[in-house]
Ligand binder design. Structure first.
Ligand code: ATP
Ligand code: MG
Length: 294
């Protein structure tokens, strides 16, 4: 089973993660914007090659989960990091408020349908984690889910964490490499980005007034993220809490973790055996003779 690569932003597996101690800005010794862009460009090339090898092996699938507060930069990070990968080799799904059909199923149903196939990279822009984040902050959403048993809320979140852990372990055992990113933006940086969306005409379309009112629940969201990350960061499905106030640094960190994780699988292009080699030799002969016959 896949095992997480260590790193500064890896959320420990023992429940000791504290959001207040987790960085929203790059550390002081981090390289500047230009350097981060250069490093990202190199990683994007490497990722393209690694995806080809993943596809040629046809054994593992890679699932990348992105969760964040609004305006943290999920979309642009996905775009930047995946910009070099063959579009046929990756699938992006965004999960919004559930539809009536989705509400008629258990909370893991809608994402299960979108899991990546072997050899491919699947990206979840939001995911089943919304069920222990936004739904936890707004438990009134549970009414629409019409659950037959209504345990006390604290118990319900614990049950959901257990379901998620079991689910991810099952996927990991069956060849899905799961890497999860929390893009950790600060309250102040979010305020600036919302102001930019109001000020700059090309960004107006991104502005949703409801996002501003949702800021009132910031502390509740932070608590929900902390609990969810502690309950579900495991070696086979690690969370990384990435500082999100600098987009260039964030994109580089995300790309580096993906590339290093794929490298750790130790895959290479499949080699052919002696029988196939002999067949290849015969085929080469046919092709060469065809040319001579002209
Ligand atoms: P963008 O704003 O960049 O388009 P987004 O992911 O914020 O991207 P929105 O349509 O603005 O997309 O928001 C989707 C909303 O759906 C979020 O507020 C999210 O919390 C909510 N959501 C997602 N899954 C669930 C769920 N299972 N139950 C309730 N709300 C959910
Ligand atoms: Mg939004």
């Amino acid at each position: 089973m896949f095992e997480a690569i260590p790193g500064n932003y890896l959320v420990p597996f023992d429940g000791s993660f504290r959001h207040k101690k987790s960085l929203t800005a790059p550390p002081n010794d981090a390289p500047g914007k230009k350097k981060n862009k250069e490093r990202l460009a190199e990683l994007v090339e490497e990722l393209d090659e690694l995806q080809r090898i993943l596809y040629a092996n046809n054994q593992y699938a890679l699932l990348l989960v992105f969760q964040a507060m609004d305006a943290a930069g999920k979309d642009s990070t996905i775009r930047a990091v995946m910009s070099g990968v063959n579009p046929a080799g990756c699938q992006v799904y965004s999960f919004k408020q559930p539809t009536p059909e989705e509400l008629d199923h258990d909370f893991l149903w809608r994402t299960t349908k979108c899991l990546p196939e072997r050899g491919r990279i699947g990206i979840f822009n939001r995911s089943y984690y919304e069920e222990v984040l936004v739904v936890r902050v707004h438990p009134e959403f549970l009414r629409a889910q019409r659950l037959p048993s209504q345990p006390k809320l604290d118990q319900l979140w614990q049950e959901r964490f257990e379901s998620i852990r079991d689910y991810e372990k099952h996927l990991a055992k069956n060849g899905t490499v799961i890497i999860k990113f929390w893009l950790n933006v600060s309250l102040e940086e979010q305020r600036q980005r919302f102001l930019d969306r109001i000020e700059e005409p090309e960004k107006n379309w991104k502005f949703a007034p409801a996002d501003v009112t949702e800021r009132r629940y910031w502390d509740e969201y932070m608590k929900a993220f902390e609990d969810a990350l502690n309950a579900t960061s495991r070696s086979w499905a690690p969370w990384y809490a990435i500082p999100a106030d600098s987009k260039a640094y964030m994109r580089f960190c995300v790309a580096e973790i993906i590339v290093d994780s794929l490298k750790k699988l130790g895959l290479s292009y499949p080699k052919i055996g002696p029988e196939e080699k002999a067949k290849f030799k015969a085929m080469r002969k046919i092709l060469e003779e065809e040319n001579q016959a002209k």
